[in-house]
Design a protein around this ligand. Structure first.
Ligand SMILES: [Zn+2]
Length: 207
């Protein structure tokens, strides 16, 4: 007679690692459902206050949070102030030449070409959301010294594609939009429970 045997779930070791990382960053990353401002439009940073001690401290704190997140989890390219409890329009992006701060960005142009790409978000961890976005954008912003700058680097390389996407993801946060809102079909959502995820994710041209 055949005896029934239990079958344990797949990727157990990896899932424990993912859960461990989530526990490490739980102190400073705000999650959807626990913080209403993640779903609201953040307020502009007052331009005449960029160089004050208060705002310089806020920028430094956000930068530190991204560095810490990357150190603890070995992933994460961008973070927006609202994700650490500051509902104001600024983000830090790892480019990877530097940790770049963008303040009050305004998108001035978006490409017609669009890509599908699997994204994750620190505030919806461990959801993986396949999201369609323009392949590049152009925008103006202020840096942490209060100088006006422009982003118009196109998507000719994989890094270029990733950065254009990270900027869009972070600018969305400033408007209270989370990547899961942009998923066309909720059945496409998965969890970060497969260790091959980062090796297999690709940009897929959709238009
Ligand atoms: Zn995010």
């Amino acid at each position: 007679m055949k005896t029934w045997k239990k079958k344990l779930a797949p990727n157990r070791r990896f899932k424990k690692q993912v859960a461990h990382h989530a526990a490490l960053v739980a102190d400073f990353i705000y999650q959807i459902g626990e913080y209403k401002d993640l779903r609201k439009r953040s307020i502009d940073v007052p331009l005449n206050k960029i160089n004050t001690k208060e705002y310089q401290a806020k920028f430094r704190y956000l930068k530190k949070c991204l560095i810490k997140y990357r150190k603890l989890t070995r992933v994460g390219r961008g973070i927006t102030a609202v994700q650490v409890g500051i509902p104001e329009k600024f983000s830090v992006i790892y480019t990877p030449e530097k940790y770049q701060i963008i303040i009050n960005p305004k998108i001035t142009k978006v490409s017609k070409k669009k890509y599908l790409y699997k994204e994750m978000c620190m505030s919806t961890h461990p959801i993986v959301a396949p999201t369609v976005r323009p392949s590049w954008i152009e925008f103006e912003y202020f840096d942490e010294k209060g100088n006006k700058n422009y982003w118009n680097t196109k998507d000719n390389t994989k890094l270029g594609k990733i950065l254009n996407r990270v900027f869009q993801h972070e600018i969305d946060h400033m408007d209270g939009i989370i990547n899961i809102d942009r998923v066309l079909n909720s059945r496409d959502l998965t969890l970060h429970s497969d260790p091959r995820y980062y090796k297999t994710t690709k940009f897929i041209l959709v238009s």
